[in-house]
Write a protein that binds this ligand. Structure first.
Ligand SMILES: CC(=O)N[C@H]1[C@@H](OP(=O)(O)OP(=O)(O)OC[C@H]2O[C@@H](n3ccc(=O)[nH]c3=O)[C@H](O)[C@@H]2O)O[C@H](CO)[C@@H](O)[C@@H]1O[C@H](C)C(=O)N[C@@H](C)C(=O)N[C@H](CCC(=O)O)C(=O)O
Length: 518
C-alpha cells in the first residue's frame, strides 16, 4: 500500500476504545464496550482491519463520507466532528466526537501507538531547501555511528533497511505515529523526520516532541499555500516551541535564520557558513568553512565552541550540501553525541557516506558531459546548485528545467531569471503540468528569461524526454547539464494522472544514445 507504513505486528498491543474516550474525556455515540483498536487512519486508502477511522473535513470532501467504505475495510469505529457524525449516522460504526478531528489526530494516535513509550531519539528538519538532504545526511551519519535508524522524508521513508514509499513530505499524524511504532518494533534508535510548513499548519507532527529541531533556510516557495513570505515563515515557528522540540539548531545562512532564533522559546544553537552567505547576521556558535569543491565531494571544516572542530567530506556538490551536513552533525551533538566520536566514525569511512536519490545526483559516467539530476524547484535552490556546478565545469553549463503546474506561480519568472543568469544555455521544458497547459508554463519561463537576458541561448523543448536529448546533443566533454526539478520522483502528474517517469533513467538513456555511456 503506497505511503502506508503497514500495520504494526503486535508488540504494540490493541487498546480499548472505551479507555481512549475516557482518557481524553470524549463523548461518544453507540456502545464502545469490548471494542479494541490496533491502529488509526484518516484515509480509507491506508486502512487496516482494527483501525479507528478518523473522518476529517478536507478541502474537497468530509472524510466521514467514507465511513461505510472504512467499515467494509475493517475499521471498528469512527472519530469525527458533529458534522461528520451526522454524515455517517447510517454507517453502523460507533462514533467518538471531537471538535476538530485533525487537531485530535496526533494525540490520539500517540496514545494508540504508545509512541512516547521507549521513543527513539527524534530529529526534525525544517526549512525551504535542504530538508531532505539534511535528513538523509543525519540518517547516514547516525548509521556510521552504528545506530539502527529511521527516516521520514519527501523521497522515502526508511525503517532500518526497509524502504516505504512517501506520498507527502511529512505524513499525516496517524501515519507518522504508525511509522514510529513500526520503527520501535524494528529497534530503531534514532529517526530523522523532514517537517514541512504544511505539516506544521496541518497538525501532522502533533503528539511528538522532537529531541532536536533543525532549521536549514527559508526562501520563496509555497506561496500558493501561504499568503506571503511572512505567513510562510510564521508557519515554521511552532517547531521551535517547547511543546514540539527540546532544543534547536538554526542555520543563519538565510536572513530568516536570525528571526527563527529570536522567536524560539527553546534553547537554540546557531551555525553558519564562513565567509557568510547572508551579510549582517550575528556570529554563530558553529561555523562551516568550505575547503574543497569537486564533482564527487565537498570538503569542509566545522568549528564550534571550546575549540571543537572536525574536517570531513560530504559526497555531494556545493557549499549548501556542506552546510546541510554540518547542520546534521551539530544536531547530533545537541542530541548527545560527542563531536570527536562523530569525527572518528567519519574518518574511518573517508567522510560521510550517504546516498541522496535525485539530489544533485550525478547520472553520467567518466566520458562526455557531467549530468546532474536535482529536486531543487525554487529560485534559491537553482542559484546554489548552478554555482556549485559552475565551480568544477571547465566548459558550458546547460540548465534544463520546467515548472510545477497548479503550484506557486509567482516564483516562475524568478526561477527562469536565476536559471539564465547561472547558465550558458537554457533548455526549458515541462515538469508536472497537472491541470495547467504546459505550453503556457513554458512561455512564462522563456519570456522571463528572454526579458532579463535577451542574448541568452534558450531552447524550448517538450516533452522532457526530448529536452534531455536536446541538452545532451548541445553538450560535449567538459560541459555540465543540470536537470533541476524532477529529482528522485518516478512519475509526472499530467491532468491528475501519475504517469510513470524517471528523469534519472531518461538522462542515462540519452547519454547511452549519444554514445557517452554503455
Ligand atoms: C492541501 C492538503 O494538504 N491536502 C491534504 C488533505 O487533502 P484534502 O483536504 O483535499 O482531502 P479530501 O480529498 O477533501 O478528503 C477528506 C478526507 O477524506 C479522506 N478520504 C478521501 C477519499 C477517499 O476515498 N477516502 C478517504 O478516506 C482523505 O484521506 C481525507 O482525510 O488530506 C489528504 C489526506 O491526508 C492529503 O493527502 C492532502 O495532501 C495533498 C496530497 C497535498 O498535496 N498536500 C501538499 C500541499 C502538502 O502537504 N505538501 C507538503 C510539501 C512540502 C514541501 O514541498 O516542502 C508535504 O508535507 O507534503
Amino acid at each position: 500500500m503506497p505511503g502506508s507504513p503497514g500495520p504494526t505486528t503486535g508488540t504494540s498491543s490493541a487498546r480499548s476504545l472505551g479507555q481512549l474516550a475516557s482518557e481524553f474525556g470524549l463523548e461518544h455515540i453507540g456502545s464502545l464496550d469490548g471494542i479494541e483498536i490496533t491502529g488509526v487512519t484518516l484515509s480509507t486508502g491506508d486502512l487496516h482491519p482494527g483501525d479507528l477511522y478518523v473522518g476529517v473535513p478536507g478541502a474537497h470532501r468530509h472524510g466521514a463520507e467514507f465511513a461505510d467504505q472504512a467499515r467494509e475495510g475493517g475499521a471498528v469505529a469512527l472519530l469525527t466532528d458533529a458534522a461528520g457524525a451526522e454524515i455517517a449516522k447510517e454507517s453502523g460504526l460507533p462514533v467518538i466526537l471531537v471538535d476538530s478531528p485533525r487537531a485530535a489526530l496526533g494525540d490520539v494516535s500517540a496514545w494508540v501507538y504508545r509512541t512516547n513509550e521507549h521513543a527513539p531519539l527524534l530529529f526534525a528538519v525544517t526549512g525551504t531547501n535542504g530538508k531532505t538532504s539534511t535528513s538523509y545526511l543525519l540518517e547516514g551519519i547516525l548509521k556510521q555511528m552504528g545506530l539502527v535508524t529511521g527516516l521520514s522524508s519527501t523521497a522515502e521513508r526508511h525503517i532500518g533497511d526497509l524502504t516505504v514509499v512517501s506520498r507527502l513530505t511529512t505524513p499525516e499524524a496517524s501515519e507518522m505515529h504508525a511509522l514510529l511504532a513500526r520503527m520501535r518494533e524494528s529497534e530503531v534508535r534514532a529517526v530523522a523526520v523532514e517537517v514541512s510548513a504544511q505539516a506544521l499548519s496541518r497538525n501532522r507532527v502533533d503528539g511528538l516532541v522532537f529531541d532536536v529541531a533543525g532549521f536549514t533556510n527559508l526562501s520563496h516557495d509555497h506561496l500558493d499555500d501561504y499568503a506571503d513570505m511572512e505567513e510562510y515563515f510564521q508557519a515554521k515557528l511552532p517547531l521551535f516551541q517547547p511543546d514540539r522540540a527540546v532544543r534547536g539548531v538554526v542555520s543563519l545562512d538565510s536572513p530568516y535564520g536570525q528571526r527563527v532564533v529570536e522567536a524560539s522559546r527553546i534553547p537554540v544553537t546557531t551555525i553558519k557558513v564562513v565567509p557568510p552567505i547572508t551579510e549582517g547576521t550575528d556570529d554563530a556558535d558553529w561555523s562551516v568553512e568550505i575547503l574543497d569543491e569537486q564533482a564527487a565531494y565537498t570538503e569542509f571544516r566545522l568549528s564550534g565552541p571550546e575549540g571543537r572542530s572536525l574536517v570531513t567530506r560530504v559526497p555531494m556538490i556545493g557549499w549548501h550540501m556542506a552546510a546541510d551536513a554540518a547542520l546534521a552533525i551539530v544536531m547530533m551533538v545537541e542530541g548527545g553525541f560527542e563531536l570527536e566520536a562523530i569525527g572518528q566514525a567519519l574518518d574511518e569511512d573517508g567522510g560521510i557516506v550517504a546516498y541522496l536519490p535525485g539530489r544533485t545526483e550525478r547520472v553520467s559516467g567518466d566520458r562526455g558531459p557531467s549530468v546532474f539530476v536535482d529536486f531543487g524547484h525554487s529560485p534559491d535552490a537553482f542559484l546554489n546548485t548552478l554555482k556549485a556546478v559552475r565551480r568544477f565545469t571547465p566548459g558550458k553549463v546547460i540548465m534544463l528545467f520546467g515548472a510545477d503546474g497548479d503550484r506557486d506561480t509567482t516564483k516562475r519568472p524568478e526561477m527562469a531569471r536565476v536559471a539564465a543568469a547561472g547558465s550558458d544555455i537554457l533548455v526549458v521544458t515541462d515538469h508536472h503540468p497537472r491541470f495547467e497547459d504546459p505550453e503556457t508554463i513554458r512561455k512564462t519561463l522563456v519570456d522571463a528569461a528572454r526579458e532579463a537576458y535577451p542574448e541568452h541561448e534558450i531552447h524550448e523543448v517538450s516533452p522532457p524526454e526530448a529536452a534531455i536529448r536536446a541538452a545532451v546533443a548541445l553538450a560535449g566533454e567538459g560541459d555540465s547539464i543540470l536537470w533541476a526539478g524532477p529529482g528522485h520522483q518516478d512519475y509526472r502528474d499530467i491532468r491528475g494522472v501519475r504517469t510513470p517517469y524517471s528523469a534519472r533513467e531518461e538522462a542515462r538513456a540519452a547519454l547511452r544514445e549519444a554514445g557517452w555511456a554503455e
